[in-house]
Write a protein that binds this ligand. Sequence first.
Ligand code: ADP
Length: 281
Amino acid sequence: MHGSLQRGHLLGEGGFARVYQVQDTYGARLACKVITKSSLKTKKAKTKLYAEIRIHQSLQHPNIVSFQDCFEDEEHVYMTLELCPNGSLMDMLRLRKRFTEPEARFFMIQLIGACHYMHTHQVIHRDLKLGNIFLDKTMNVKVGDFGLAALIESPGERKKTICGTPNYIAPEVLFDTANGHSFEVDTWSIGVILYTLVVGRPPFQTKDVKAIYKRIQNNEYEFPSDRPVSPEVQHLISQILTLDPSQRPTLHEIIAHVFFVRGIIPSYIPNVALKDIPNFS
Ligand code: ADP
C-alpha cells in the first residue's frame, strides 16, 4: 500500500480487484481498489485496466464515484476512489426486498443524470446494474465500476464486443453483433434497473443464462400480480425495454414521463431506508 495510506477493512471483492477502506494522512476515508498485477496475464487484460482508469479519471459528476488517484508498486495497481459507505443498491434491495415508487424516482433521476453526463462525454458504461450503483453517506447515488466502459471516438461508431451482465444486457449486444451497439445499451439497462427497483427482481431472471437470453430476445417479461406496481411505471418500463434500440426513449424523454412528472420525488432518502420502508406521503 502507498506509504501515506492506512489500510482499513475489506469493503468488497470484484472480478480482479479487492477494495479496502483506507485513510489518508489528513484522516479522510477513501476506498482503495487493489489489483494484483499477476492477475493481469494477457496484454488484453492490461489494456482493459488502463482503459478503465483513463475513462474513470476523465469523469467528474456528483453522481459518479469520484476517482482520486492511481499508483503502483511491484505487485499491485491501486486506485483510490470516493468512499461509498452505504454499499450498493443491490445490498439495499436484499434487505428491503423492493423499493417504493418515490424511492425509485429519486434513485433513477440521479442515475439518469450520471448516465446523461457520461453519454455527453462519449462514454458508454455498458454494465449499469444495481451492484454498480453505490450510495454515499447521505444516500445519494454514485455510479461506479467502469471496467466495461467504452469510449466512442467518432460519431456513429458502433461497438462489437459482447459484454455486460446477463440480466441487464441489451438485445442488440447479443443478437445484432454485425451492426454493433452504442449508447442505447445503457438505456436498456436503465429499464431493467427501474423494473428491478419496483418489482424486487430483474424482469428476465430465470434459472440459466441461455434461458435469460431467450427471454430477452423475445422481450418476454411480466408484472407479477402479487407485487403490484403503478400503471405509469409499467408504461415507462415497457417503452424503455423496446427491442429496437432506435425506438427507445431518450434520457430526456424518460425523465419527462408521467411516472416522474406526476409522482412524489423525495428531496432526500433517510438512512433508515437502508432497512425499513420510509414514509414520503
Ligand atoms: P470489479 O470491477 O472487480 O467488479 P468493483 O469496482 O465492482 O470491482 O468493486 C468490488 C466491490 O468492492 C463492490 O461490489 C463493493 O462492495 C466494493 N466497492 C467498490 N468500490 C467501492 C467504493 N467506492 N466504496 C465502497 N465500496 C466499494
